[in-house]
Design a protein around this ligand. Sequence first.
Ligand code: PTJ
Length: 239
Amino acid sequence: MATAGLLAHGRGEAFDYLIGERTRDNARAAARAAVASMFLAEHPVISVNGNACSLVASELVELSQITGAPLEVNLFYYRKEREDAIVNALRESGADVILGTSNRPSATIPELSSNRRKVDPEGIGRADLVLVPLEDGDRTEALRRIGKRVVTIDLNPMSRTSVYSHITIVDNIVRALPLMIELAHELKNASRDELTSIVSNFDNIENLREAIATIKSHLTEQARTIDEATRVLSETGGS
Ligand code: PTJ
């Protein structure tokens, strides 16, 4: 039985090759809409799992501090040692309040099995928006069913999480989080009208289509590069 989900990163990396390992325009637009909706939300929360924490602990803390969205630990593969390791990493990066830990009160999300059904009543329990990076489809669906706005970061534009979220940033979390921090500094004094207009002009499904189109054109470009390399090799006498 698995005790942690380290493979998620490997799977994600494969998709990073497919988008060309850089932040595309569609991801930039989604990150802008994500940050704008975090500022518009009354109780935004950032959900932290093992993969997100091991890749971007300090950036999660920084984003939480600029947007005022508290951090909540929410684990699929719960073990007290994992929770402690995550809490330590977040604290070392300057986190003050950390919700969702076993010493705190807990509420339950219906229709979700596993430890993730437990949420902090002061965090995801009362949140109107939850940022759930690198998550699985069941959790995204359950959060939507109970009326939360869901924002995610997921390299796979075809995953259930990508499709079911209100806003999906199709990018590597190691690039997406610094971009969100930059955008949060830029938008922190924006008017509600400006933020609302950014969010209402964003269409997640259209954005996912763009992400898939980017993958297609990147693969076409790569195929041309291989053709060119083969031609050069044959012209220079390679066998
Ligand atoms: O820490 P726990 O116990 O709560 O476990 C977390 C799990 C493993 C359950 C959670 O991370 C998970 O569900 O992972 P998945 O379903 O394997 O991956 C979720 C999505 O994240 C997949 O669509 C991956 O392609 C994507 N992904 C993986 N690495 C990255 C990524 N997206 C952005 N940046 C990455 N570096």
